[in-house]
Design a protein around this ligand. Sequence first.
Ligand code: TRP
Length: 333
Amino acid sequence: MLNQQQKVIFSGAQPTGSMTLGNYIGAFQNWKQLEKDYQCYYSIVDLHSLTVKQDPETFRNTCLSFLAQYLASGLDTEKNVIFFQSHVREHTELAWLLNCYTYMGELSRMTQFKDKSERHQENINAGLFTYPVLMAADILLYKTNLVPVGEDQRQHLELSRNIAIRFNNIFGETFAVPDIYVGKQGAKIMSLQEPNKKMSKSDENQNAVIYMLDDDDVIVKKLKKAVTDSYNEILDRPEQPGVQNLLSIYSALSRKDREDVVNSFEGKGYGALKKEVAEIIIENVKPFREKYRLYMENSDYLENVYRSGADRAREAASKTMEDVREKIGLVSF
Ligand code: TRP
C-alpha cells in the first residue's frame, strides 16, 4: 500500500563499490528517520551506473549486494518503496520525453558532467551528458516533494525543478516541483586521509574510507592512520578538520550532541579519540554486517523485496506516465 496522504520523498544511490560509513551516516541514517513521516521511494539507480563501463556479472552481484546493504541499514520494506530503477521502465520512458524539454546549454553547465568528462576522457558518452535528465525523471515520476541528497547533487536538483516548471507551464500542472531536503544535522563525513575532502567510495587511498563491510581489525587500522594535526588538543574548530571529522562520526553514531561529545573528550589524547571512534564504528558495523550476510544468503527474500518494490513503484509511475503521454499528444494505446 502507498500512503497517499503523506508528502513524497525520493532518493537514489548508485550501486557501485560498497557502502561507506559516509553514505551510512550522511544518507541511510537519515532515510531511516524519514520513513515515519513521508512516503519514501528509495531506488537503486542501476541505470545511472551504466554511464561507466561495468562487467555484467560483477554488476549484477553488486546490485544485489547493494539491496542487501540497503536492508542491512534498517530501512523498512513495508513503509518504504525499495526498488531497482531498471525494473520500472517508466523511468527511461520519461527520461526520453524530458530530454526533449531540456537544453544542451543547461546540461553543458552541469559541473558534475564537466568533472567526470575531464577525469574519464576515454568514455565521454551521451549517457553521462543526459544523466541529470534521467535523474529528473526518477524524481518527477513520483510527484516528489522532497529529495534528500548531498550538496554535490544540488545543481542536478535545480535542473529537475526547472524541467518540472517548464513542463507544467506548457502542459498545465503535471509534476510537483521538488525541493532539496537538507537533514537536521547534515553530518558530512570526510576522508580520513584528507579531511577537507568528502569520504568517497572511489577514493584511491583505501585508508581514507571506511566501508560498512570492513572487518573490525581493518577499521581499527584505518582509524589509527587517520590524519589529525599537531595541536594535540581535542577542539571543535576548523583549523583541526581531522579531529572535527572524528567528532562528527562519533556524534552521529552515538546520537549524542556534538557539544557533549567534545566535552567528554576534554583532556584526552588523539590516541584515545581514535580508539573510541573505532569502537563506536565497530558497534554499528557489526550488526550491519551480520544482517547483510543473512540477506545475501536468502536470495528468495531479496527477490521478494525488489519485486514488490517495483510493483508498488510502477503503480504510481504508470499513473504519471499516462497523464504525461496524454498531455504531450501521444496516441493512447
Ligand atoms: N545522481 C545521484 C548521485 O550520484 C543518484 C541519483 C539518481 C539520485 N537519481 C536520483 C538521487 C534521484 C536523488 C534522486 O548521488
